[in-house]
Design a protein around this ligand. Structure first.
Ligand SMILES: Nc1ncnc2c1ncn2[C@@H]1O[C@H](COP(=O)(O)OP(=O)(O)O)[C@@H](O)[C@H]1O
Ligand SMILES: [Mg+2]
Length: 272
């Protein structure tokens, strides 16, 4: 069963000079339920745009999107939120700093439910929040009543992870969610991510700029370049992939691009 199907998704933007930038060019992608997919690609290759389109925060120009077999192309972002969990790079984005850890998690717990925060903070929900925090094993359950503002960036990302996965979304989208953290915090967030994903059997699409993460995480690796998928490996091919190999593949793409650009410039000079 596929968790996500994208059919010929394209999206272009207008840049500052009024030129069209093709952020996504006819992307076809199927992600099997329960798989952990890593997405890499140079800056501006379209990774974030792809995640926006899947979550519904951007409308594609063309193409269709199916989540668990349901055509969600016309569903607004908030209608998709129940089935798509997201964690962004910025630790300040996923949580409300002035609210306590418990209140933030209560928001996630009652999202999509016909209830208010009063209900959300019932004894049952409180206990569940406490137990889920305790299960992480980093002592956050003892700080439930503290404001999120008192947490480190890594701890905030962990609370955001818990919020994003509270109702076991059909798909979890992680957009470089450890990139803004120091190495130790990044490692902690990553290992807890792995645990939550494994325990809940989630389907994940994780963007990373780290080749180390790309080879050590997930069972499938996708690379994007200029709005297209240029590499898609899984199985033993993924297991054997080395960071240096991926780096040199990147460089090769970049060299080809420079060559393309200089040939284009040369042609322009000659014919215009
Ligand atoms: N809101 C926007 N307005 C204009 N251009 C955008 C916008 N969002 C993304 N782009 C452009 O689309 C391309 C892909 O961007 P993005 O998806 O953010 O890439 P990545 O996440 O891989 O770095 C880039 O050329 C970027 O400048
Ligand atoms: Mg991005």
């Amino acid at each position: 069963m596929t968790a996500l199907t994208l059919q010929s998704i394209s999206k272009s933007y207008e840049d500052g000079d009024g030129r069209q930038v093709q952020a996504l060019q006819h992307i076809d992608l199927e992600i099997a339920r329960g798989s952990f997919v890593i997405l890499v690609g140079s800056n501006g290759s379209g990774k974030t745009t792809l995640l926006h389109v899947i979550a519904g925060s951007e409308r594609p120009d063309t193409g269709r999107i199916f989540l668990e077999g349901e055509d969600v192309g016309t569903l607004a972002e908030h209608r998709r939120a129940a089935s798509v969990g997201r964690v962004f790079q910025d630790p300040f984005r996923g949580t409300v700093a002035e609210m306590t850890i418990e209140e933030n998690l209560a928001l996630a717990a009652c999202r999509g439910r016909r209830s208010d925060l009063g209900f959300a903070l019932s004894a049952r929900v409180r206990k569940e929040i406490h137990d889920r925090l305790a299960a992480l094993g980093i002592g956050l359950e003892q700080r439930m009543h503290q404001r999120v503002a008192t947490l480190s960036g890594g701890q905030r990302q962990i609370v955001t992870m818990l919020m994003a996965t509270w109702h076991r979304p059909h798909l979890l989208l992680l957009d470089e969610h450890t990139a803004a953290l120091d190495p130790r915090s990044a490692e902690l967030v990553l290992s807890l991510t792995g645990r939550i994903v494994a325990e809940d059997g989630l389907t994940v699409l994780m963007v990373t700029h780290s080749m180390q993460q790309a080879v050590h995480f997930g069972e499938r690796l996708i690379m994007m370049h200029r709005g297209k998928i240029t590499l898609d490996i899984s199985g033993t091919e993924k297991l054997r992939a080395q960071p240096a190999e991926l780096e040199s593949y990147f460089e090769e793409l970049h060299r080809a691009e420079l060559l393309d650009d200089s040939v284009a410039a040369l042609l322009r000079e000659q014919y215009i």
